[in-house]
Design a protein around this ligand. Structure first.
Ligand SMILES: [Zn+2]
Length: 642
């Protein structure tokens, strides 16, 4: 009896303690309006993290559920997976240092990106004074397919609701009991990831083209990020590898995407004694071996997913990099105050392979999932990678990325302070997604000059979901040719010239003066789906971003509470660094939504920024009460933690 009384007493104490933890977090969230107060918030969270991963995650789940920013199962799944990583970070760093600022930037958008930490990338040799010149002899181009962001949902269910409250729909979720509003068709739907039928249809369409090889810039796994685990992801990767091997009739050279890991984005560094992601590299090493050779497959295993390969009958070296070590949503990157310029040696690997290409007189392509140009790329690593691109610009014929799901590009310059057609010297091709989530499904075909390995034309193929035949049998048609669409607008472009960095800089100049052309680009980005008007600041920012292969030069500012707190400051959602199609709903979105919710009682409304559920208003007191209730529901987790 005494024992039971003690237990009851202990339970009460824990509950009171927990209630105060939740109140403290909500209070700190409410007052986190800028970078300084974000550091204070981290101090509070640090205290909770010291109580253990379970308490930390449970408290965040309670806050998330109470704020109603996501369905309870999404809050629970995502924060239970990501919570321990953040807790580990907080226990490992000072809440006032630069890493903490980066965490505030990445998770809450409350600090701007810190200035780049000066670091000079070491090169084995200086750039040659008389570099090899690659000249086209006018041979007919060969074709290469580029597909990206497959996000295949093996649990996609035809007939399930394609209109739901989850980050992705078209599945039979346990808590969805009402009548189906819009049944999912067999080939795909706008709120859902890719069904098996659609990915197989795309691979057959690629096989029907006479391609020498394909590049796949990552993200195999669907965005049910609150449910994924190692078993599912391994199976997803293996299935897609088998499909590519069976349905394509030429090799494919893939890259690792952030969705391959479980928890999503979680690629711990070599210096981290927590978490495991080697299984992703092992799985892909094995699955890619038939395309990339045994030597490259061994690199995948030992170089954190990166490798290089020389496709047969070419003088081209394709260097596939795992850029998730430069990705802000990989929260493992914030688990040390020690300056690590090159996590897992990805930049050193790029240098080694580019030097080998230069020495061998080869041209090189860089392929990777996340482009170093976006609002979600860490400025440090983007800067260091840009140094590599500038050093080896005579060798690099193109850079190819995915991740944004948009049809776009990014230009690098020898002098970012003087961005002209003459200083433009690198072009990143950002391939649109296969997943029909918020855009028509696509792949690209490049016409490649066999002497220079430069891109003579880029043609995007799309299956139009509004076409009545889409659900029975998707048809893949050319949407546009970059040369035909943009060439005339820059006064014509010689047929013998590749679509080189100069071409693309001139296209951005044409965007400034020719608004119709810019609006065409704006619509092509999502293949005509959900196109929002982009004029004024939106247009200026978009053009600025296209000229920023080096992320510190983009015009994406973190949104330090401004969007949340000042209704009069309407900000275009597309300009915010934190709207992330690849991520879907991530921890960042949840935190931002909670931060907004905590000030909802201040009668603020922010239109067009986030989801409908986000716009519900709630006064801070009832929010705190709901959080307490949600917390006490799962108090057993807390007990276990002790
Ligand atoms: Zn993606």
């Amino acid at each position: 009896m005494l024992f039971l009384t003690r237990i009851a007493y202990f339970l009460t104490l824990v509950l009171i303690g927990y209630a105060s933890i939740v109140s403290d977090i909500l209070n700190a969230l409410e007052h986190a309006v800028d970078c300084g107060s974000c550091h204070t918030l981290l101090g509070v969270l640090q205290g909770v993290a010291l109580l253990g991963d379970s308490i930390f995650s449970s408290a965040l789940v309670s806050v998330c559920e109470a704020a109603g920013v996501e369905d309870d199962d999404v809050c629970q799944g995502l924060l239970t997976e990501q919570g321990p990583i953040i807790a580990h970070d907080l226990r490992s760093i000072s809440s006032t240092g630069q890493t903490a600022s980066k965490l505030c930037n990445a998770v809450l958008g409350l600090c701007q990106d810190p200035a780049v930490n000066a670091f000079t990338v070491p090169f084995p040799k200086a750039a040659p004074i008389n570099p090899k010149v690659f000249t086209s002899t006018g041979k007919p181009p060969f074709q290469v397919a580029h597909f990206s962001d497959a996000h295949i949902d093996r649990m996609y269910t035809t007939g399930a609701d394609s209109n739901c409250t989850k980050p992705i729909c078209c599945r039979n979720f346990a808590d969805q009991t009402g009548p189906v509003q819009i049944p999912a068709g067999p080939s795909g739907s706008l709120n859902c990831d890719t069904p098996t039928t659609l990915v197989q249809s795309m691979l057959r369409a690629v096989a029907a083209e006479n391609t020498q090889f394909s590049i796949f810039t990552g993200d195999v796994v669907e965005a049910a990020v609150w449910l994924v685990d190692q078993t599912e992801n391994t199976s997803d990767m293996q299935q897609f590898n088998t499909e590519m091997q069976t349905l394509l009739n030429s090799p494919v050279f893939p890259a690792i995407g952030n969705h391959e890991a479980a928890p999503v984005n979680a690629f711990p560094r070599n210096t981290t004694n927590q978490g495991q992601v080697q299984w992703v590299f092992d799985t892909q090493s094995q699955g890619w071996n038939p395309f990339i050779s045994t030597a490259a497959a061994s690199q995948v295993q030992h170089m954190s997913g990166s490798y290089s390969v020389n496709p047969v009958n070419t003088n081209l070296r394709i260097i596939s990099l795992n850029t998730i070590y430069w990705y802000k949503d990989n929260f493992y990157l914030f688990d040390s105050d020690k300056f690590q310029p090159d996590p897992n040696g990805i930049i050193a690997f790029a240098v080694q392979e580019l030097q080998a290409a230069e020495d061998a007189g080869q041209r090189a392509w860089i392929i990777a999932h996340m482009p170093p140009s976006g609002g979600d790329a860490l400025h440090d690593q983007s800067n260091y990678f840009d140094q590599v691109v500038q050093r080896y610009k005579n060798t690099i014929a193109g850079l190819f990325f995915g991740h944004t799901h948009k049809d776009e590009f990014a230009i690098g310059y020898s002098n970012y302070n003087n961005q002209t057609a003459d200083t433009a010297d690198a072009i990143a091709w950002i391939g649109p997604s296969l997943t029909p989530r918020q855009a028509n499904p696509t792949f690209r075909l490049y016409d490649v000059d066999p002497d220079t390995y430069e891109i003579m034309d880029s043609r995007t193929f799309m299956s139009d979901m509004s076409d009545p035949s889409f659900q029975s049998s998707p048809i893949w048609k050319q949407e546009y040719s970059a040369r035909d669409t943009y060439g005339p607008a820059i006064g014509g472009w010689p047929a013998t010239q590749s679509l080189n960095p100069t071409f693309w800089h001139k296209v951005t100049e044409a965007f400034v003066s020719n608004d119709e052309l810019f609006q065409t680009f704006n619509s092509l980005k999502t293949r005509g789906v959900g196109v929002s008007e982009c004029t004024g600041d939106c247009k200026t920012t978009t053009i600025c971003n296209l000229r920023a292969l080096r992320a510190e030069n983009n015009c994406i500012a973190a949104t330090p509470g401004i969007n949340f707190r000042r209704a009069e400051e309407k900000v275009d959602a597309s300009q915010r660094g934190h709207i992330d199609h690849c991520e879907g709903i991530g921890l960042r979105t949840i935190f931002e939504n909670i931060a907004l919710k905590t000030v909802a009682g201040h009668n603020l409304t922010v239109d067009g920024l986030l989801t409908n559920s986000f716009k519900r208003t709630m006064d801070p007191e009832s929010l705190i009460k709901r959080a307490h209730d949600a917390f006490s529901k799962r108090s057993y987790i807390v007990i276990n933690a002790y």
